[in-house]
Design a protein around this ligand. Structure first.
Ligand code: ATP
Length: 354
């Protein structure tokens, strides 16, 4: 288990492109931290900077309190776990797992012990002498994990490790990685652009956008209390509206006007005059036949997609040109008018409208 601190880390490439901009994160020992963001936001660059494969332009990296900013990759307490195709194809499972420890001149007896432990941990004892090409995608992924674990690092850095696997296997391996991490206690830094994976696996998520941190929080924080339009939109589905502050009703309740309706909105933010972006999630809507007095608006069902357990419904609110999206248990007939109510505590207030 290792404590990792990133202190105002920035990186500018030779062509002047600033790929990481003032990143500070304190990762607790044994924490599972995910870097999440769209393609090109700098996740992999940050992971490689932690591993030592990229030098940073400014800031500091510390592992267990020791400044490792200029320490070589092999002398940092880290190991990388890539997508499964990063295995050496001409080496057996055992040789792949032992590659790192042998490079590090670990003794023969210790290598044997590490190999046996790693094979047991990922349940691949029966496949030790096979080549990677003789294994399924999920098994290859487990070899990649075993290879990282055989280094006995305090921190394992995962670079989109499941992106080669099909959806069902991805879910299974997610659980396996998380269970091993809990058992062995290594600190995990996990890069993905898959929000479902991030929500399912992480203790905390760092949402990145254009080299900067948009928000750091638990999966619940990020989903229920997104800090910005970017986060609300990137994670899950969100209905985002512009809302003008009308009245402070006290105890964190505010009346705000949107082009759909006036809403009472509960927030622990202190709002000033002007307009903010606000959002609510599709599953936050209560659907009735007639509008109740507060926080309701009428809307017509214009499209829907049946998902099995739930149905996604697109609505056009009366008097508005925009649409919103809700989730209901059973499909609603197209063209039906319904009343939608959003409870005050289900709104999130995002940034001010500039
Ligand atoms: N050596 C380099 N010189 C200049 N720009 C680079 C260099 N390496 C990467 N970049 C740019 O830096 C940005 C971030 O790349 P990075 O691989 O960290 O993104 P990412 O968030 O991991 O994306 P993805 O999910 O697509 O892997 C990209 O726009 C990329 O084109």
């Amino acid at each position: 288990m290792a404590h990792l601190q990133l202190d105002r880390v920035s990186k500018t490439f030779a062509n002047g492109f600033r790929v990481l901009d003032d990143i500070s994160i304190d990762v607790a020992p044994g924490e599972f931290l995910t870097l999440l963001g769209p393609s090109g936001c700098g996740k992999t660059t940050l992971l490689k900077a932690i591993a030592g494969f990229h030098a940073i332009s400014s800031g500091a990296l510390r592992i267990n309190g020791e400044d490792v900013t200029r320490v070589e990759p092999e002398r940092r307490d880290t190991a990388m776990c890539f997508q499964s195709y990063a295995l050496f194809p001409h080496m057996t499972v055992s040789e792949n797992i032992l590659f790192g420890p042998r490079q590090n001149r670990v003794s023969k007896a210790d290598c044997a012990d590490r190999l046996a432990t790693a094979l047991r941990q990922v349940d691949l004892g029966a496949h030790a002498e096979k080549l990677p090409s003789a294994l399924s995608g999920g098994q290859q992924q487990r070899v990649a994990l075993a290879r990282a674990m055989a280094m006995r690092p305090g921190i394992i850095l995962f670079d989109e490790p499941l992106s080669n696997l099909d959806a069902k296997l991805r879910e299974q391996v997610r659980f396996e990685i998380r269970a091993l991490q809990a058992e062995l206690g290594f600190t995990a830094i996990y890069v993905t652009h898959d929000q479902a994976e991030a929500l399912a696996m992480s203790d905390r998520i760092v949402v990145m956008n254009k080299g900067r941190i948009e928000q750091i929080g638990t999966p619940e924080d990020i989903y229920d209390r997104p800090a910005s339009r970017f986060v609300a939109d990137f994670i899950g589905a969100a209905n985002i509206l512009k809302a003008e502050v009308q009245e402070d009703l006290g105890s964190g309740l505010w009346r705000m006007r949107t082009d759909v309706a006036a809403f009472e909105i509960r927030t622990d933010k202190k709002l000033s005059r002007g307009s903010y972006y606000i959002c609510w999630r599709p599953e936050d809507a209560e659907v009735q036949e007639a509008a109740s007095a507060n926080n309701s608006f009428l809307a017509k069902v214009t499209a829907q997609a049946f998902q099995g357990n739930l149905t996604d419904v697109i609505l056009t609110p009366t008097g508005s040109t925009g649409t919103c999206r809700i989730q209901v248990r059973r499909p609603l007939p197209l063209g039906t008018q319904v009343a939608i109510t959003i409870p005050p505590e289900r709104f999130s207030v995002l940034e001010a409208v500039q």
